[in-house]
Design a protein around this ligand. Structure first.
Ligand code: C5P
Length: 230
């Protein structure tokens, strides 16, 4: 497992201070809507300056017509980030178009598809997708696998079934991780690191439990220690 820390703080200054405090650790940095909309490309460059080995996951969850998504994917590849994501519900044509467009890049970023947002509970999910979370997440994952994506964003609770239905190498990135019983906030399906390891999660994602902690550096160190012992 490789730990991914969400940089969701209210200013670039605070996010960069957080990145600076954990620069010595081998972790992924997740740059989401808030940071990217506000701080853009310069923010990615500033992170790479803090630690050129930081791997960056640009969590922009693309969802549009296939050609527009492929155009955006190409711009993302030019940014030099290591991973980004799209919504699986954009469909298989969008997936194929994005992957085809990236195929000319020698070092293309990993592409994941969002299956079910971890903030959905069963009732709210069904309201939108009609099926239950498990069945739909698995269907989205199969579609993503068949169209050449590298993995999916899902909850820890779907990770094992998704790997069984696709391949063990098909990556699962799982937000909603609460390593030491922290407040779930708006997340409906939260899990510990122990459970994430058991379910074969490749990338556990942690936001608030790290950046709301009094000592984020110690928290990351503590999590890495738990992960190393699993
Ligand atoms: O603070 P917390 O640990 O809940 O943060 C989870 C992060 O993962 C947030 O940045 C959120 O936007 C993101 N995310 C998520 N569920 C998804 C995809 C991304 O919670 N399905």
């Amino acid at each position: 497992m490789e730990l991914c820390v969400a940089l969701d703080l209210p200013s670039a200054k605070e996010n960069l201070a957080l990145a600076e405090s954990i620069r010595g650790y081998d972790v992924w940095m997740k740059v989401g809507f808030r940071a990217y909309i506000r701080d853009g490309k310069e923010f990615i460059e500033a992170l790479k300056k803090i630690n050129p080995d930081f791997k960056i996951f640009l969590d922009l969850k693309l969802y549009d017509i296939p050609n527009t998504m492929a155009d955006a994917a190409e711009e993302i590849a030019k940014l030099g980030v290591e991973m980004f994501n799209i919504h699986a519900s954009a469909g298989s044509v969008a997936m194929k178009t994005v992957m085809e467009r990236l195929s000319s890049y020698e070092k293309r970023p990993l592409v994941l598809a969002v299956t079910a947002l971890t903030s959905f509970d069963e009732a709210n999910f069904k309201e939108v997708y009609e099926k239950g979370i498990d069945a739909k997440a698995e269907q989205f994952a199969k579609m993503s696998y068949e169209n050449g994506l590298d993995g999916v964003v899902c909850s820890t609770f779907e990770s094992r079934a998704i790997k069984n239905a696709t391949s063990n190498d098909f990556l699962t990135l799982c937000p909603g991780i609460r390593p030491f019983g922290e407040d779930a906030g708006d997340q409906q399906r939260v899990a510990t690191l122990e459970l994430a390891a058991k379910e074969g999660v490749d990338y556990p994602v942690v936001g608030r439990p790290v950046y709301k902690d009094k000592n984020p550096e110690a928290k990351v160190a503590q999590m890495l220690k738990v992960m190393a012992a699993l």
